[in-house]
Design a protein around this ligand. Structure first.
Ligand code: PBG
Length: 313
């Protein structure tokens, strides 16, 4: 009877798997702070995505780890950059079976680790960064991304990318905007996964949101929708369930929430010590993100859930 009247249901098809592909390796490499997650080769990535599709997963979000980084993150827009190579491979082996999303940012590709072009004084140049985001969007769309997902939090990024895509004939490439993205300490393991260290002990507080603000998220979301976003996102998820709920109440576009690396890693770390039941907590967390109002959840636990959530479903 509890199942019959449950208000919230979580399905494999609600989950998006974030996946890492690394240039220049010939076997997948585990990521210490993200148990069960690896940096893929292009080949192992294609296998992983095919297996996820067989398990009922509808979408993946790709992140690239380039062999070389530079000041402007050239690998993000190079047609032979690792994500573009991976997209072409995935699209040619899987066609439209899985929605291929590409994270659109440059921090994985810059030697200073910032999400944009850095001025001599260390600040990020918003408007010059828009040009390199547009170039990356065009490269991702040309390589076969169904969805590009700008995550750099530059003002005006959604509008600039939308017009660049449209002018190049990529008018059917959709956009998932990381709209309300906080300057969070919960991204730690992710930065291991993509080998990013922000130069000079810097942080992203100049462009990501202040955790003390909730109403600001509604302004950010509204701006992205006005500029042409097809789906919007709140990130991280668990510490921002109030934000998810407020955004849900104010918009009718599909709403995504990113259950980020730190949120995933904490459950594994506590479970390893025997302090919590990891499977039960993971399921409770994912369910609460849906209950707060997210339609889809990006989570490193996607495969675990699709395979039966440790026997809990
Ligand atoms: C930026 C980006 C980040 C994450 C996704 N896209 C890192 C950041 O903003 O520092 C974090 C995801 C996670 O922690 O799981 N390209």
């Amino acid at each position: 009877m509890r199942d019959l009247v449950a208000e919230t249901r979580l399905h494999t098809s609600d989950l998006i798997a974030p996946l890492f592909v690394r240039e220049g390796i010939d076997a997948p490499e585990p990521i210490g702070s993200l148990p069960g997650v690896v940096q893929h080769t292009v080949e192992s990535l294609v296998t992983e995505v095919r297996e996820l599709a067989d398990l009922g997963v509808r979408s993946v979000m790709l992140f690239g780890v380039p062999a070389h980084k530079d000041a402007v993150g050239s690998g993000a827009s190079d047609p032979d950059g690792i994500v573009q190579v991976a997209l072409r491979e995935l699209r040619s082996s899987l066609g439209d079976r899985v929605v291929l999303m590409a994270d659109l940012c440059v921090d994985e590709y810059t030697d200073h680790g910032h999400c944009g072009i850095v001025r001599p004084d260390g600040s990020v140049d918003n408007d010059r960064t828009l040009d390199i985001y547009c170039a990356a969007a065009l490269a991702q769309a040309a390589a076969g991304a169904h969805v590009v997902a700008p995550s750099g939090m530059m003002d005006g990024q959604v509008g600039a990318i939308r017009s660049a895509l449209d002018s190049a004939g990529h008018d059917t490439t959709a956009m998932l905007a990381y709209s309300a993205k906080y300057a969070s300490a919960l991204y730690g393991p992710f930065r291991d996964a993509v080998d990013v260290t922000i130069a000079d002990g810097g942080d992203r507080r100049g462009y990501q949101q202040d955790p003390r603000n909730a109403r600001e998220s509604l302004v950010e979301v509204a701006a992205d929708i006005e500029q042409g976003a097809d789906m919007v996102m709140v990130k991280p998820a668990l510490a921002y369930l109030d934000v998810i709920s407020a955004v849900r109440a104010s918009v009718d576009l599909p709403l995504a929430a990113y259950h980020v690396s730190g949120e995933y890693a904490m459950v594994h770390a506590a479970a390893e010590r025997g302090w919590i039941d990891g499977d039960a907590v993971m399921l409770e967390h994912l369910t609460s993100i849906r209950r707060a109002g997210a339609d889809v959840i990006l989570s490193y636990a996607t495969r675990w859930f699709a395979e039966g959530a440790g026997g809990l479903r």
